[in-house]
Design a protein around this ligand. Structure first.
Ligand code: NAP
Ligand code: GDP
Length: 319
């Protein structure tokens, strides 16, 4: 009998980690021979090599989905460039070093479409990650994330390790970080809409509302992460995204959230605030070629679930 498969998910308490946990629970008996471990920062600080080694010694993972990161939206990235760079470099270096040291069979790490070059042709594809500087607003995060791809390929070239990476677009869903200043746009605007309804005020959208984004629902992404772990054999990154046609403006997003939460007040734009990169349109051609029957939850439906989750969990949600 072969040894048990132990899948360790770093960042298991976060938006994506919770999505993967829910998806694996839904699978029930289909994955009953596997052990899934969802790490939280209380299990150990992954910025510390000693603490990371202790975690690997304790759980003996055969497979790792590496999600843990310092994560934030545009405004947090602009404010804390040093922390975004240093913390993510340290976490990623420790995780890949331990995956090598403890002979992990496969590690799937997470990049983002926001690490691509600012000046580029569209749509962006997997071959373009390193083709030029990222947008200045998030260069700390972007360069740290790009190095996961470099280091994963280096471990493969030198030691034969099976370390690969995925590139999701902007993600949202239950268990998101709804912090008003540091979050991504969807959870931030859900929280702002909640406050505007409570205080009977306008809903203030930062920037012009014109930038374009592709959004992926955390539960849809979870299924794709597990598919990558099970079936994706390449070392090169793969973009996990909705179609190019599903790209929406920030103003569209604000209206979708307002409708989902039945906000009847006024939506206004604070153009003194940054827009960030205008667009990051990514191609999911590679994903569709390998996973032809791919479907995504309609955004209206998924935004409604995410907003309701925030309302239902207001007392304990990250905010
Ligand atoms: P998240 O909700 O902010 O969760 C971050 C997770 O990382 C939490 O479980 C947190 O643990 C853990 N963590 C952070 N610092 C840690 C440390 N020093 N030691 C141990 N654990 C630590 O993030 P997410 O949105 O799920 O993001 C998951 C991955 O997707 C990240 O790699 C991110 O870069 C990538 N991504 C995110 C987006 C997006 O829109 N959210 C888009 C593209 C890519 P605690 O909760 O216990 O503190
Ligand atoms: P990005 O997709 O990586 O740029 O990060 P975000 O999820 O933070 O989205 C940023 C875009 O949403 C920018 O165009 C912002 O101007 C716009 N935006 C509008 N209101 C907000 C808000 O309340 N929070 C955030 N994070 N972004 C907002």
């Amino acid at each position: 009998m072969s040894a048990q498969k132990v899948v360790m998910v770093t960042g298991g308490t976060g938006l994506v980690g919770k999505g993967i946990e829910a998806y694996i629970q839904q699978q029930g008996d289909a994955r009953k021979d596997e052990q899934w471990v969802y790490l939280r920062s209380a299990d150990g600080d992954l910025r510390s090599l000693e603490q990371t080694q202790a975690i690997f010694r304790k759980y003996k993972p055969t497979h790792v989905i590496h999600l843990a990161a310092r994560v934030g939206g545009l405004f947090s990235n602009m404010k804390y460039k040093v922390e975004f760079f240093r913390e993510n470099i340290a976490i990623n270096d420790n995780i890949l070093a331990c995956c090598h040291e403890f002979k992990v069979v496969k590690c799937v790490s997470c990049l983002s479409t926001c690490i691509f070059p600012d000046k580029t042709t569209y749509p962006i594809d997997e071959t373009m990650v390193h083709n030029g500087p990222p947008h200045f607003s998030n260069e700390g995060y972007a360069y740290a994330k790009r190095m996961i791809d470099v280091l994963s390929r280096a471990y493969n070239a030198q030691h034969g390790c099976k370390f690969t990476t995925v590139i999701p677009t902007n993600i949202y869903g239950p268990h998101d970080n709804y912090h008003l200043a540091d979050s991504h746009v969807i959870p931030g605007l859900i929280h702002k809409t909640y406050n505007a309804m409570k205080d009977n005020t306008d809903l203030v959208i930062y920037g012009t509302g014109k930038p374009l984004r592709q959004f992926v629902y955390s539960l849809d992404l979870a299924k794709l992460f597990v598919w990558v772990l099970d079936k994706y054999e390449e070392l090169d990154p793969i973009i996990l995204s909705v179609d190019e046609a599903d790209e929406v403006s920030i103003a569209d997003v604000a209206h979708t959230i307002a409708e989902a939460m039945n906000f009847q007040g006024k939506i206004v734009f604070d153009t003194s605030k940054a827009d960030g990169q205008f667009k990051k349109t990514a191609s999911n051609k590679k994903l569709r070629s390998l996973y032809p029957d791919l479907t995504f939850t309609p955004m209206k439906e998924a935004v409604k679930v995410s907003a309701q989750w925030f309302i239902d969990n207001y007392a304990t949600a990250r905010k």
